[in-house]
Design a protein around this ligand. Structure first.
Ligand code: F6R
Length: 607
């Protein structure tokens, strides 16, 4: 979704802003713009469409050593030139780039109109510019504070003022803004992706904070002008981690990266002596772990599906009742928050608004929340009481792959530690630890199925609809498989527990509709084979994702993809791989825009 970049220093701002916007492209956007301060004027250049359109409208040598830029994902108002950010005040002195939503924009517009304001766009953001521009006596930060006092909703904003060509003012509520510290130059951004090329020293603003950033430093304060001191953190990801490494798509690179990514998730966290996991970031001692009576997993989309597997893992290894719920459903249903329930928020970006709000709701009611998050220092990581970083490395493609499997591994580590702090025997713990340590090799073997998976994908890429089924722990495998296919290939795909097929969806099975069956060799195998029969009896093609060694499957399925067998509860990690590859090769065959599928954004920071 929307992205912000800002620069102040001795270099020409425009190329720095443009390369920052390029780095933010992966988030999804439909218009972009920059505002440059030079002399005592602000010049805004903006265009609907991709950055190449913005490049085309930029002057040959855009001046200015101070500026802000924005990629916009339309919410209020169509993706037009006029609605693109930054927005300029009527007198042309102040420009604002904004991420988030001003919920009371209509009321504010009416009020400002009554005072004589004329609006140049349909956006909610423009009210912020008008509110800031209303008064000019105070320092810019005071004007921004006064303006934001009227705003209900979420924002991460960057503001420049022609009369203050020595600073950028930023503020945050619900939408991230980060300061990047350079050598006599400073950066601001909504996402570290736009900063790591220049610096790895960053300062995260927290909600309700505002900062004045100049070329030599920054001052942070609360909305009541109370100074706050903040120290920089070092970003763990290098700039080149954001490269495609010669692959045609980030998604493909990220699929291939999963062996190493999972090694990083496991790194230093497996305890062979006590057959458990060491998760220092939980901030829970052994007796607090023992007090956990229930676990609730919260997340959105694929992160929610990871949570479903997490619930299976926790119930199976730790025998603690566990369930997963979409974070948005949870937060809006006035949930009962219990002291002895452990709430676990799963999020790659750590910025998904619904998950973040669910975390805030739990904490507001006194509950304890862990975050399983990929982006270090992200909002959810900062709000949670403790957690486990995935260490998957940057995930740029919109469709989650390595962060999904790494979150499963992080959840498996959590389940193991919870289990071993209860009655999971040392012997079962040892077996599970060994299986976890074999995962990177199992992933490599699953990746080696690619040529075969591609051939299967080419056979089915032109279907208009597909079903994915699985039983028990294999059901979330089906959910995530269907999710990947629909996101990037636009083939309609639905996932069902295999047992549900005959309660309705079977009516849709016919020769052109393949069913992908996740078929681990677990206690439910015979029942899953019976589900294949149900599909075959309706002449539906069957693609089985399974392990080697059961002739019955090859006899019944139209295509069989085999991955190594692991612990039952870890099969979702290994089986995710061929399903990702299947979706990828279907999308490739259909010529889809794989890394940035239509209508989707990488990080959903608005409701
Ligand atoms: C699917 C996908 C989304 C995300 C969801 C949550 O491939 O990427 O469903 O999983 O938007 O995002 P995070 O994990 O950043 O909270």
């Amino acid at each position: 979704m929307c992205g912000i970049i800002g620069y102040i220093g001795n270099r020409n701002a425009a190329p720095i802003l443009m390369s920052g916007l390029k780095r933010l492209e992966y988030r999804g956007y439909d218009s972009a713009g920059i505002a440059l301060v030079s002399g005592e004027t602000v010049r805004v250049h903006k265009a609907a469409g991709k950055l190449t359109r913005l490049e085309a409208v930029l002057p040959k040598r855009p001046g200015g050593k101070l500026g802000i830029g924005h990629t916009r994902w339309a919410t209020h108002g169509a993706p037009t030139d006029a609605n693109a950010h930054p927005h300029l005040s009527p007198d042309g002195s102040i420009a604002v780039a904004h991420n988030g939503i001003v919920e009371n924009a209509p009321a504010l517009r009416t009020r400002l109109r009554a005072e004589g304001a004329e609006f140049a766009s349909d956006t909610d953001t423009e009210v912020i510019v008008h509110l800031i521009a209303r008064t000019d006596e105070q320092p810019l930060e005071q004007r921004v504070r006064d303006a934001l006092a009227h705003v209900r909703g979420t924002y991460g904003i960057a503001v420049v003022d022609a009369a203050r060509p020595d600073c950028i003012v930023i503020a945050r509520k619900g939408s991230p803004v980060i300061i990047g510290i350079g050598d006599r130059e400073m950066f601001v951004a909504s996402d570290i992706a736009a900063l790591v090329r220049h610096t790895r020293q960053v300062v995260h603003l927290d909600d309700g904070e505002i900062a004045v950033v100049d070329a030599r430093g920054f001052r942070t304060m609360t909305m009541d002008a109370q100074p706050i001191s903040k120290s920089p953190a070092t970003v763990e990801w290098e700039d080149d981690a954001y490269e495609r490494d010669g692959h045609a798509h980030y998604m493909y690179k990220e699929i291939l990266d999963q062996r190493e990514a999972i090694e990083r998730t496991l790194g230093g966290r497996v305890d062979r002596r006590f057959h458990t996991a060491h998760l220092g970031g939980l901030n829970l001692d052994a007796s607090e772990l023992l007090e956990v009576k229930r676990v609730k997993l919260l997340g959105c989309g694929s992160a929610h599906y990871a949570g479903i597997t997490g619930a299976h893992l926790i119930e199976s290894l730790a025998r603690i009742p566990a369930s997963a719920e979409p974070a948005a459903e949870f937060r809006y249903r006035n949930p009962v928050i219990e002291r002895d329930t452990l709430y676990v928020a799963v999020s790659q970006s750590g910025e998904t608004i619904d998950t973040l709000m669910a975390v805030q709701e739990v904490r507001r009611c006194g509950g304890r929340v862990l975050g399983i998050v990929n982006v270090v220092g992200s909002s959810i990581a900062r709000e949670a009481d403790g957690g486990i970083y995935m260490h998957a490395g940057p995930e740029v493609a919109v469709a989650s792959t390595k962060a999904y499997t790494c979150s499963l591994v992080a959840l498996a580590l959590l389940a193991l530690q919870l289990g071993r702090s209860r009655d999971l025997s040392p012997e079962r713990g040892r077996q599970f630890v060994e299986a976890m340590e074999r995962l990177p090799a199992d992933i490599a073997a699953a990746l080696a199925t690619e040529a075969h998976v591609k051939a299967v994908a080419l056979r089915y890429a032109h279907c208009t609809s597909a079903f994915y089924i699985g039983r028990g722990p294999a059901f979330p495998i089906a959910l995530e498989g269907a999710q990947k296919l629909k996101e990037i290939s636009y083939i309609h795909a639905e996932a069902y527990p295999a047992s549900e097929l005959k309660h309705g969806p079977l009516a849709l099975i016919e020769p052109g509709v393949p069913t992908v069956v996740a078929l681990p060799h677990d206690a439910l195998l015979d029942k899953s084979i019976a589900s294949i029969e149900e599909v075959r009896a309706r002449h539906g093609p069957v693609i089985a994702v399974t392990h080697p060694g059961d002739e019955r499957i090859a006899e019944r399925a139209d295509a069989v993809i085999e991955v190594p067998r692991t612990e039952d509860m870890l099969n979702p990690v290994v089986m995710a791989i061929p399903l990702q590859l299947f979706a990828y090769h279907c999308a490739l065959a259909l010529g889809r825009h794989i890394d940035q599928p239509r209508n989707l954004a990488k990080s959903v920071t608005v409701e």
